[in-house]
Design a binder for this molecule. Structure first.
Ligand SMILES: *[C@@H]1O[C@H](CO)[C@@H](O)[C@H](O)[C@H]1NC(C)=O
Ligand SMILES: *[C@@H]1O[C@H](CO)[C@@H](O)[C@H](O)[C@H]1NC(C)=O
Ligand SMILES: *[C@@H]1O[C@H](CO)[C@@H](O)[C@H](O)[C@H]1NC(C)=O
Ligand SMILES: *[C@@H]1O[C@H](CO)[C@@H](O)[C@H](O)[C@H]1NC(C)=O
Length: 385
């Protein structure tokens, strides 16, 4: 057990005990709606008739925390699980899990393989489809709570996204000879479609939106393995595309803030934080960053759980559990930065601050603005990434 991470876990535990419950001005719990891909999927793909490779429904997925596979592409919990804990919300049930569900705490629509664009992995649950699920939930809530209360609840809620990585994989795979301007055009199409979805959520009441940007895709063990790269090197073209998408996302969020009254956002720089962990694993208590804990091939990076494959003895020594997804021990670090990070890494608000913002106030008079600094991360001092 690495002592820095153990200490962090302990501090997180204390932080949870001390944390104020995130409630609205009228005492109701603030809901969280989650959209995205495998980084955030709590098991929605389990309920699709798709290839086993797109569902993490087999051992050793889930081995560290749940003791059985849940559909999460991880040995344990994923980032939205920790965010739900921070926000005092229950553990995610996949939205698609059969049976009647209460959505007063929100819902998680994220689905592995999802892209912003429908042409990315057709047959999986792209962002538009996730939006259509949200619309159903929103109308159910307005019926249950009444039009007024329902709208208020949707306005107070926080909306969290992790999407775009699969669109990059799709483009790089299908257009290997694309020119720079074709690539730029494609990224504009991705951001254009994402912006449309954001605007629809805003029209339905959404005011507080959080985004985890796309990671350094060329440094994922699977990307290295597919491209025959080992050690420290990364597939620069993929990472470059991720950086361009992330820049465009930040710009789009800033534009939306100016266009839409009361729109508040948070962007967590997952790219930078994951990249720093990959480059300096020992700084964070990890030993291996270029090879996955579970899988097969030159970087043990493909088909974790499908024979033949290897699995490591101690996932917490590895940054990556499978070829594309971090271990739970890394997800703890990311969730802390998303929830409570300093503005260098999560800006302009972190998620804790978004939860505390009161959407009922006209923009500019949000009480929590005055509390910034006091509410942001004084308990845990994170190394600057
Ligand atoms: C699931 O997909 C397979 C292959 O596409 C198909 O043969 C089968 O009928 C489908 N099952 C259901 C329940 O839709
Ligand atoms: C990309 O270019 C290479 C040679 O430069 C060529 O062999 C290949 O067929 C091209 N791929 C596509 C999808 O056009
Ligand atoms: C959305 O994506 C489609 C391709 O799926 C594209 O034709 C369209 O122009 C995009 N919309 C925007 C606003 O960029
Ligand atoms: C893959 O995993 C096996 C079993 O843990 C290990 O022996 C092997 O060294 C790993 N491959 C690499 C490239 O580290």
């Amino acid at each position: 057990m690495s002592s820095p991470r153990f200490l962090l876990g302990f501090l997180l535990f204390i932080a949870c005990l001390l944390n104020l419950i995130s409630v609205n001005s009228d005492g109701k719990q603030t809901a969280l709606f989650v959209f995205g891909d495998s980084v955030y999927d709590p098991g929605n793909n389990n309920y699709l008739n798709i290839s086993i490779q797109d569902k993490a429904v087999y051992w050793p997925y889930g081995e560290t925390f749940f003791g059985f596979p849940t559909g999460r592409f991880c040995d344990g919990r994923i980032i939205p699980d920790f965010i739900a804990m921070d926000a005092k919300l229950p553990l995610w049930k996949p939205y698609l899990e059969p049976g009647s569900q209460q959505f007063t705490n929100g819902a998680n629509f994220a689905a592995s393989g999802a892209g912003v664009l429908p042409e990315t992995n057709p047959g999986l649950i792209n962002l538009r489809l996730q939006l259509s699920f949200f619309k159903k939930v929103a109308s159910q809530l307005r019926q249950e709570l009444g039009e007024e209360e329902g709208k208020k609840m949707l306005m107070e809620a926080v909306y969290l996204f992790s999407i775009g990585g699969n669109d990059i994989t799709y483009f790089a795979g299908n257009y290997p000879n694309a020119t720079e301007s074709e690539q730029e055009q494609f990224l504009q199409v991705v951001i254009g479609n994402l912006t449309e979805v954001i605007k629809e959520i805003y029209e339905m009441g959404g005011r507080k939106l959080a985004f985890q940007n796309v990671g350094p895709m060329g440094c994922l063990p699977l990307a290295k393995q597919v491209n025959g790269i080992s050690g420290d090197e990364c597939v620069e073209s993929l990472s470059e595309m991720a950086r361009q998408l992330n820049n465009a996302l930040l710009k789009a969020a800033q534009v939306l803030e100016n266009q839409l009254e009361g729109f508040k956002y948070s962007v967590f720089d997952y790219y930078t934080s994951l990249y720093d962990i990959i480059k300096n694993p020992s700084k964070y208590g990890f030993q291996v960053a270029d090879v996955a804990c579970c899988g097969y091939g030159s970087n043990n990076a493909s088909h974790c759980g499908i024979e033949p494959y290897y699995v490591c003895n101690n996932p917490s020594e590895y940054v990556f559990f499978d070829g594309a997804h971090p271990c739970e021990s890394a997800n703890i670090l990311f969730a802390e930065l998303l929830w409570n990070g300093e503005p260098e890494i999560t800006k302009p608000y972190n998620m804790k601050q978004l939860f505390e913002l009161d959407s009922d106030y006209p923009s500019g008079t949000l009480y929590s603005i005055m509390n910034r600094g006091q509410t942001g991360g004084s308990l845990i001092n994170f190394p600057t990434l």
